[in-house]
Ligand binder design. Structure first.
Ligand SMILES: C[S@@+](CC[C@H](N)C(=O)[O-])C[C@H]1O[C@@H](n2cnc3c(N)ncnc32)[C@H](O)[C@@H]1O
Length: 114
């Protein structure tokens, strides 16, 4: 019974993510006002500062594995300085494709991380 409930939960989560739209997600979360480097209350600069602090003061190692990267890589930017290898993962092909396009300098990526 408990196993069935867990399976249903996983299936519901998977179904929810199948409708995930990388372009809309990036537009909403990673452009102003959420990503406005002129504003002190903007969330993305704050997240980048927290991650930078974590990677310079607390966390380092050989391999950094980011689970559920989505279509973003801001979360590992500071980690690239202190890890030799960084692995981005996501179970949605649309998100892996979004990252692949940017990393391999292909046409069609929805956000330029440079
Ligand atoms: C809300 S997005 C986060 C994206 C990005 N890291 C950010 O900070 O904006 C969560 C991502 O995790 C992925 N995900 C959820 N469960 C996962 C799992 N068990 N294994 C791999 N990826 C998973 C989803 O496909 C989705 O792209």
């Amino acid at each position: 019974m408990e196993k069935k409930g867990k399976e249903n939960g996983v299936a519901a989560m998977a179904a929810c993510y199948q409708r995930f739209d990388p372009a809309a997600y990036l537009q909403y979360n990673y452009t102003p006002p959420r990503a406005d480097f002129e504003r002190k209350d903007s969330i993305v600069p704050w997240k980048l500062a927290c991650l930078h602090r974590a990677f310079t003061e607390d966390v380092s190692g050989e391999v950094l594995v980011d689970i559920g990267s989505g279509p973003t890589l801001y979360q590992v930017l500071s980690g690239c300085e202190v890890f030799n290898k960084v692995l981005l993962t996501d179970y949605l092909e649309v998100n892996r494709q979004e990252l692949r396009r940017w990393l391999q300098d292909e046409e069609g990526c929805n956000l330029d991380w440079t």
